[in-house]
Design a protein around this ligand. Sequence first.
Ligand SMILES: *Cc1c(COP(=O)(O)O)cnc(C)c1O
Length: 369
Amino acid sequence: MPERKILLNPGPASTTDTVKAAQIVPDICPREKEFGDLMEYVSNSLALIAAPNGGYKAVLFGGSGTAGVEAVLSSVPAEGESVIVINNGAYGKRMCDILKTYSIGFEEYVSSKTEKLDLDDFRAFVGRAVSEKNARYISCVHSETTTGLLNDIGAIGGIAAEFGIKLIVDAMSSFAAVPIDMEEMNISFLIASSNKNIQGMAGVVFVIASDKTLADRDGKKPRSFYLDLYAQHDYFIKTRQTRFTPPVQTLYALKQAVDELKNETVAKRYQRYTESWEELKRGLDSIGLKRLVDDSCHGHIITTVLEPDIPGYSFNDMHDYLYSKGITIYPGKISEGRTFRIANIGAIDRSDIAVFIKELKAYFDSLSD
Ligand SMILES: *Cc1c(COP(=O)(O)O)cnc(C)c1O
């Protein structure tokens, strides 16, 4: 097996050797029954993670996470319907960019990137958008990977229910770690990918929705050919094949990753990530580094750290030093201040975070020499 690396970038995450090895299989045509069985197993297993009572499917696409968000946003709104988008980070803004590309109407609710969403103010905004702009959907990000802010999707789902509209959630960086129940939280469409908390390889994105929702095309015309959510679902139900060539080996790895997740359970994985995050917080405190996001809405997955004013400090030097030790960190993604990001996801635990903190200290000590 290749050398073990500690990836602290927010996905693709570190994987186990067994997931890496699962990609080495006899060559197979993805139109064979055996492969259809594998995709069906993966689809049902992923759906059960977010909807334990059943009746939901994960519609699989070859592509990165954004392809899944684009599939939902381009397929779901009917002509003349608009979408309310919560923008409190780059991934919320990306939803607006996608809707703009397809000339679909949207109402952008801009909220702080570092503080909790004001639910009362948001509810009033939704009320106006529903009555004046024919808004039929709320679209938001669960864990904003830009900063580490965690939106309260249960409360947002409650607001969607009050107005009888549907909720679309980009759960790319929360799914398979933060417990989610789509029925309880009133989520109609949930999007996640193979390479973050599921701890699989990059290349598969999926949309989870109920069988009923997926069958309800309701005369809507496709806006995209490849990313047509309903066509992808219908074709799979009829043939147990994807419409176009899937990433075959990535799906074998995903099956292995799903089995490892079932073994660990989402609750225990969340506990492992939370322990890593607490180790990280303690370590950052001990070095005197400050975090960006307010504690009231800070997730346990990604942490944005403010860069210190220390003579000689440079993100690139710090990155290169850590990289030489087998640890990968990630730059910041916001205009407010100089930051970098640490994601404690993947097949790592608190002992890896302790190693990272030790090396981070060594880097800062080297500056005062
Ligand atoms: C990773 C991620 C995506 C998808 O990014 P890709 O580069 O297309 O895989 C989308 N939304 C969020 C919140 C993410 O963390």
